[in-house]
Design a protein around this ligand. Structure first.
Ligand code: CO
Length: 208
């Protein structure tokens, strides 16, 4: 059987399996969604958001793009963020990068990759800002890993600097922005430790 047909077959089996475990699941879910989490991750096929955190349909609102970037002129990402915060009222925004990210590595390697270079320029700006730290790392894999982490930290601050998040905090809405990175080689998530939950948290960071 061609692989294409296999997807439909898999889907039918999947829906059947869920209904066996939770009768009425899809009917109930079709009425509303109330996820507590927004996931901003990489498009990489090896980092499937729901699966790696064990959440069911309805529990995770998801935005993915190459190298999990939050760019202030990207209407797609900003629209997802606004809907998640203003309408769904998610309590946590998780920016999750991953080690071995092709986008990050492409930004570092100095080669041309076509149109995507325009997108990757956002990472190249970060590379220039963190040149001292990155140039101080001799091992190229360790340098790539560190850039994956620095990129997540940068995107967390980008989320916090949007009018969407600042307005939410100013009206007293509780929402925290988290910095995570996923390991392709062990399937585990690390918390990078930067969590922003208020305007004060953001200002403190800006003053550093
Ligand atoms: Co990636």
């Amino acid at each position: 059987m061609p692989k294409y047909d296999l997807l439909f077959e898999n889907n039918q089996k999947w829906a059947k399996r869920i209904l066996e475990q939770k009768p009425g699941f899809f009917e109930e879910l079709s009425q509303q969604q109330a996820p507590e989490f927004l996931w901003i991750g990489c498009s990489d096929s090896r980092v499937p958001a729901n699966e790696i955190v064990g959440l069911m349909p309805g529990e995770l609102f998801v935005h993915r793009n190459v190298a999990n970037l939050v760019v202030h002129t990207d209407m797609n990402c900003l629209s997802v963020l606004q809907f998640a915060i203003d309408v769904l009222k998610v309590k946590h925004v998780i920016v999750c990068g991953h080690y071995g990210c092709g986008g990050i590595n492409a930004a570092l390697d100095g080669n041309s990759h076509g149109l995507i270079d325009n997108w990757l320029n956002n990472i190249r700006d970060l590379i220039h800002r963190k040149a001292d730290e990155l140039n101080g790392i001799d091992d190229s894999e360790q340098r790539q890993d560190r850039l994956c982490e620095l990129n997540v930290i940068n995107q967390v601050t980008n989320v916090a600097r949007t009018t969407i998040v600042k307005d939410a905090w100013n009206r007293g809405q509780k929402v925290s922005i988290h910095s995570w990175v996923y390991g392709l080689s062990d399937g585990l998530i690390r918390d990078l430790g930067l969590t922003l939950s208020s305007i004060d948290d953001l200002n403190e960071l800006n003053n550093k």
